[in-house]
Design a protein. Structure first.
Length: 256
């Protein structure tokens, strides 16, 4: 048996965290897909994912129709080491992406040349094996949340500018700190999605209510999503949404 990740989607309802009614996106034979990030630019909605052939991961993008359904999968970033977690964002009028390349030992920044297919590596932001690095802009600063070492080893960096110097805010032990999607405000609370890996890698989603400034960082659990929204699930570890749709991933076991 081996693990197989897949992505699923649904129309967004009143309850953002409701897991009923997800529609599965079946990956091509011999691959799995995970780490969905939905993103729109100039009226085009796309879905960015990790695309893995059980050897190396690469980053790919789906076109999405008016109902959120994907089609025409294309590769956008690949290399001779593993890529996953396509954290995509806008900053100062440009579109950027930070892939997870922890095993390569760096946190790298890519800039979009032609959306959504052409990207260029701009620089290494931090020379460290950071996993699932996620940025958030607050109080005139950029904050980066990443894990170094195990999934409880939270490192927070901050910078005044994306291309400037990144400084370490803190590195401390917080239970289940590996990122699971973009930070967002919900009912006045700033939430950071993370992974609960207590039973297996990527077992469940935790949404932590956080507070951060230059002096301190605090967090507490606000919400959980268990791997129970589909029979046979043993994991669910990335959460993404926009005004109309919610995207999530799930893990099952299949015959090799």
């Amino acid at each position: 048996m081996r693990n197989k990740w897949f992505v699923a989607y649904k129309k967004r309802g009143e309850d953002l965290f409701d897991t009923e009614g997800f529609k599965l996106i079946d990956p091509p034979q011999g691959t799995y897909q995970a780490d969905p990030f939905v993103f729109s630019k100039d009226g085009e909605r796309k879905l960015f994912i990790e695309d893995y052939d059980y050897s190396l991961g690469k980053l790919s993008v789906y076109d999405l129709d008016a109902e959120g359904k994907p089609s025409s999968l294309d590769t956008i970033i690949e290399g001779d080491y593993h890529f996953s977690y396509p954290f995509i964002f806008d900053y100062q009028g440009e579109t950027w992406l930070i892939p997870e390349t922890g095993k390569h030992g760096s946190i790298d920044l890519y800039k979009c040349d032609v959306f959504p297919h052409k990207w260029s590596k701009v620089k290494t932001l931090i020379q460290a094996p950071g996993y699932d690095s996620t940025l958030f802009e607050k109080d005139g600063k950029l904050w980066m949340f990443t894990t170094l070492g195990d999934d409880h080893d939270l490192a927070i960096f901050y910078a005044d500018d994306l291309l400037g110097d990144w400084r370490l805010h803190s590195r401390s032990r917080h239970l289940w700190s590996r990122s699971a999607g973009k930070l967002f405000y919900h009912e006045g609370k700033l939430l950071r999605p993370t992974q609960d890996c207590s039973k297996c890698y990527g077992h469940a989603l935790i949404f932590k209510e956080i507070q951060i400034n230059e002096q301190e960082y605090t967090e507490k659990v606000y919400k959980r999503i268990e791997p129970d929204w589909l029979p046979g699930l043993i994991g669910t570890h990335t959460f993404s949404f926009d005004d109309e749709f919610v995207y999530i991933d799930g893990k099952i076991q299949v015959e090799q």
